[in-house]
Design a protein around this ligand. Structure first.
Ligand code: G3H
Ligand code: 13P
Ligand code: ZN
Length: 334
């Protein structure tokens, strides 16, 4: 058993409080590889931003749970080496699907966990969420729970339809679970295809899809029910069209990939939304750079040659999100 405080990590409590009060959101970036970790830390240090580095069950299977934990510990040391005296880095479990998985992460040094019972019946979701919260709070680990179902694939939880979070349930859910933050469903979804073309309109000039707006009315109702309570948005990649175009130009095939417009995420960040999850945009930034590099250098085969521009491109994207979309730059406590 190792407590995250020994690793120099922090939980989300104080940073969420400041973010809600200050009208900005903390970036939550998923990582599976060393290059993603390096790019996240470089971006956070250069912008003086707190950051949540999150690990999914899939990431643990891909990279090995122990390695990821040590990478997060390394991230703190790396941030200090880059000149940040007091980095605020959270190691967070993304979409934990059982009490045992959450416990395992807490025991190995995570500072925050998500228990995602959103696909379960309401009472069952409350019961397991509460169990996770009780265990986590013994170690001062913060817990995110979810109410409402996002469309698309939520790790192992497949859902064809999305069910917006019901504002009338949030007080009961937050009170009975004791969770520290609440992930809600207001029209975002995971992946690079967030909306079907028939749900969108088309920009007559560019031919690109224009998605329907997020349900800000639902968000505001939730905020009124739980004033100041930290709200989380999953599925918040914006699927930058220049990355999609680069991927398609250099041999990829991502027709009609579409995400959440950044203006809407900027708007949400000014509200009680204080954590915004971004994974797909990192995947797109990495893939676009690798495809372009390999297409332009067919004789190169050293992974460092193509992973270097991939890392640079992800870093540029992370900085853009922090500075231009979420507004968490310059928001370290000290
Ligand atoms: O919400 C899902 C995240 O994008 C993680 O995806 O389960 O493929 O690692 P993953
Ligand atoms: P995206 O697929 O939109 O990047 O969402 C990531 C996410 O919600 C991770 O939990
Ligand atoms: Zn998610």
């Amino acid at each position: 058993m190792v407590n995250y405080k020994e690793l120099g990590l922090v939980n989300t409590r104080e940073m969420f409080k400041r973010a809600v009060a200050g009208g900005y959101a903390i970036p939550a970036f998923n990582f599976n590889t060393m290059e993603q970790m390096q790019a996240i830390v470089q971006a956070a240090v250069e912008t003086k931003s707190p950051v949540i580095m999150q690990v999914s069950k899939g990431a643990r299977n891909y990279a090995n749970a122990t390695i990821l934990r040590y990478m997060a510990e390394g991230a703190v040391a790396y941030a200090k080496e880059l000149g940040c005296e007091h980095p605020e880095i959270v190691l967070h479990l993304d979409h934990g699907d059982s009490f045992e998985l959450c416990k395992d992460c807490i025991d190995m040094g995570f500072s925050s966990v998500m228990y995602d019972g959103s696909s379960l019946p309401y009472e069952e979701n409350i019961k397991i969420s509460r169990q996770v919260v009780e265990y986590a709070h013994k170690y001062d680990v913060t817990v995110e729970c979810e109410l409402g179902v996002l469309a698309g694939v939520e790790d192992e939880v497949a859902s064809e339809v999305s069910h917006y979070t019901k504002p009338e349930e949030v007080i009961d859910f937050a009170t009975r679970t004791g969770c520290d933050s609440l992930a809600i469903s207001i029209g975002t979804s995971h992946g690079a295809y967030k909306f079907k073309p028939e749900q969108c309109t088309r920009d007559p000039k560019t031919g690109k899809l224009v998605p329907p707006p997020l349900a800000f009315d639902v968000l505001h109702e939730i905020e009124n029910k739980l004033p100041g309570f930290p709200i989380v948005l999953h599925g918040s990649s914006s699927v930058p069209q220049e990355e999609v175009d680069t991927i398609n130009k250099f041999g990829g095939n991502l027709p009609d990939a579409v995400g959440i417009p950044e203006e809407q995420l900027r708007e949400a960040s000014k509200s009680a939304v204080c954590k915004i999850n971004i994974d797909s945009d990192s995947r797109l930034a990495m893939t676009a750079a690798v495809r372009q590099y390999l297409a332009e250098h067919p004789d190169h085969f050293d992974p460092r040659q193509y992973l270097k521009p991939a890392r640079e491109n992800m870093k540029k994207m992370y900085i853009h999100k922090i500075v231009d979309v979420l507004g968490s730059d310059g928001k370290l406590a000290q």
